[in-house]
Design a protein around this ligand. Structure first.
Ligand code: HEC
Length: 122
């Protein structure tokens, strides 16, 4: 009886440990390659779907999104709203006046520049 209990305990702990390590692997940053994990985002494979969409969402949407106060100047509303307005890439990469009150990391800027250079693939 005692032996059975400890086997059960061992199995439970093993399952819990496995569940935790699975979760951690899923939360790794894209630039950290893992053997079987998601393909890291690089300047070679960057797209709107795998990176820049989320970047505009986090860095611009608060002011320029549907509920933002500055949507009259430029309204962020998906890929077309970026592609069709040359001021967007210009304000972030050339004049660097945007994001107002925030900033991009060196790696974010590199990925965004590569995406613009490639013609803003979806
Ligand atoms: C904290 C609020 C805020 C955030 C965040 C913000 N903006 Fe702006 N943006 C403004 C304001 C205010 C203006 C209008 C005044 C100005 O041009 O300085 C503006 C103007 C603009 C314009 C039109 C004027 C120009 O520069 O040619 C563009 C395009 C723009 N923003 C793009 C962006 C992008 C892209 C991001 C995200 C990377 C962003 N903004 C983030 C507040 C913000």
């Amino acid at each position: 009886m005692k032996k059975q209990n400890s086997i059960f305990l061992f199995a439970t702990i093993t399952v819990l440990l496995f569940a935790c390590s699975k979760k951690q692997a899923a939360e790794l940053k894209p630039e950290t390659p893992t053997p079987n994990g998601p393909t890291p985002v690089t300047t070679a494979n960057v797209t709107y779907t795998n990176f820049t969409g989320a970047l505009f969402q986090t860095k611009c949407n608060s002011c320029h999104g549907p509920n933002g106060g500055i949507k009259g100047v430029w309204a962020f509303n998906g890929l077309a709203s970026i592609k069709n307005d040359a001021r967007v890439a210009n304000s972030v990469l050339v004049t660097k006046t945007m994001p107002r009150g925030g900033s991009l990391t060196v790696s974010e800027r590199e990925l965004l520049q590569a995406w613009v250079d490639k013609g803003m693939p979806e």
